[in-house]
Design a protein around this ligand. Structure first.
Ligand SMILES: NC(=O)c1ccc[n+]([C@@H]2O[C@H](COP(=O)([O-])OP(=O)(O)OC[C@H]3O[C@@H](n4cnc5c(N)ncnc54)[C@H](OP(=O)(O)O)[C@@H]3O)[C@@H](O)[C@H]2O)c1
Length: 327
């Protein structure tokens, strides 16, 4: 796809996750070509911290910078589509933080433009890139555990009720589904043969009107089932469990999982699987992205992102819950 072997990365945004990616890239000996941020002064501080030579006065200059090959977008959910479309229009490859868009219609637009411009568009969803999840998927695909029957997911954190933070702020596309549900549903999609087609839910809203607590029941045409429990104002373990004919697999801290335990039904024996490191999660995303751009890997994960986005869009439609951009 691309004859260059060295790719110039630009980072859009200088918040929590942008810092994590910069640390991961620096640790891996990669250099970041440029950075842009809404608040220019923060971009300057960021550039000094990670020795980035190019900073844009106006971050939108990054979209037109001919030296930039790939842009990592780390701004809030509701801004993704606007920046993605502008960058894609200029032929940039895009790795965009989760949730990649607000809804399916936005994602479809971006996917179509990426195809037209022949560039790679991907969601920075750690689950698709962690070595552990690749290894467990290979194990399941080999058939050694039999069929996947039931998947059970938890994700809950305690966030203070604060309108200004992005978790509860409707104007920043807050809510459990887009912030943490996206991990749980991506996990479910990753391990299921087919996209779930039957979806039912229960929801409790936060004082700000976004979804605070959610229960989801999913099933696909292969009759694989999943349950998902999400909460933004009460802690839960980040635990994923895949129940198969011959045993079950448990993965703690699954968004950046590095260890899983398989319990075999017949013998009761357990097996521990270790692969990768949670601290390198963003590095794996970047590596997969580079390999795909350079034509060394076939990247299909955007299709999983689309399935997940379709499910989340349908759920919010059922709730009649919209964001200001959708009204
Ligand atoms: N935090 C995590 O652990 C984590 C993990 C994975 C994914 N993510 C995802 O990454 C994204 C960012 O999360 P974060 O925690 O890094 O957020 P954050 O710390 O609040 O940083 C947000 C960044 O976006 C910029 N920004 C805000 N509104 C903007 C706008 N309208 N136009 C342009 N730039 C804007 C901010 O610029 P200013 O400096 O001007 O405020 C800041 O640089 C979200 O999509 C989130 O879901 C976060």
């Amino acid at each position: 796809m691309n004859e260059k072997k060295h790719l110039n990365w630009a980072i859009l945004g200088c918040g929590v996750v942008a810092n994590e990616m910069a640390v991961a890239l620096t640790k891996a000996g990669k250099s970041i070509y440029s950075v842009g941020n809404r608040t220019y002064e923060k971009a300057v501080t960021f550039s000094e911290k990670y020795q980035i030579k190019k900073i844009y006065k106006d971050f939108r200059e990054m979209f037109q910078d001919e030296a930039v090959d790939v842009i990592y977008i780390t701004t809030p959910h509701n801004t993704h589509i606007e920046y993605m479309m502008e960058a894609l229009e200029h032929g940039k490859h895009i790795l965009c933080e989760k949730s990649i868009t607000l809804n399916s219609e936005e994602l479809e637009r971006a996917m179509n433009l990426a195809v037209k411009k022949q560039v790679v568009l991907a969601e920075a969803m750690t689950i698709y890139h962690m070595p552990l999840h690749k290894e467990i998927k290979a194990r399941i695909d080999s058939g050694s555990l039999g069929e996947v029957r039931m998947i059970q997911m938890n994700f809950g954190s305690y966030k203070e009720y604060d309108m200004t933070n992005r978790f509860f702020n409707r104007n920043l596309a807050g809510g459990a589904l887009l912030d943490i549900g996206v991990y749980a549903i991506s996990f479910v999609r990753w391990y299921m043969k087919l996209k779930p087609t039957s979806v039912s839910t229960q929801v409790k809203y936060a004082p700000t009107g976004v979804d605070e607590q959610v229960g989801i029941l999913l099933m696909n045409d292969a009759q694989e089932m999943a349950t998902v429990a999400l909460s933004l104002h009460s802690k839960q373990p980040k635990r994923g469990m895949i129940s198969c004919d011959k045993g079950y697999i448990e993965i703690m801290e699954y968004p950046r999982g590095e260890e899983a335990v398989i319990t075999y039904t017949e013998s009761g024996k357990t097996e521990r699987i270790q692969a990768g490191s949670s601290t390198d999660a963003l590095y794996y995303e970047m590596e997969d992205m580079e390999k795909t751009i350079l034509g060394e890997e076939d990247f299909v994960y955007i299709n999983y992102s689309k399935d997940v986005m379709d499910i989340m869009t349908q759920i919010r439609k059922d709730w009649k819950m919209t964001y200001p951009e959708e009204e």
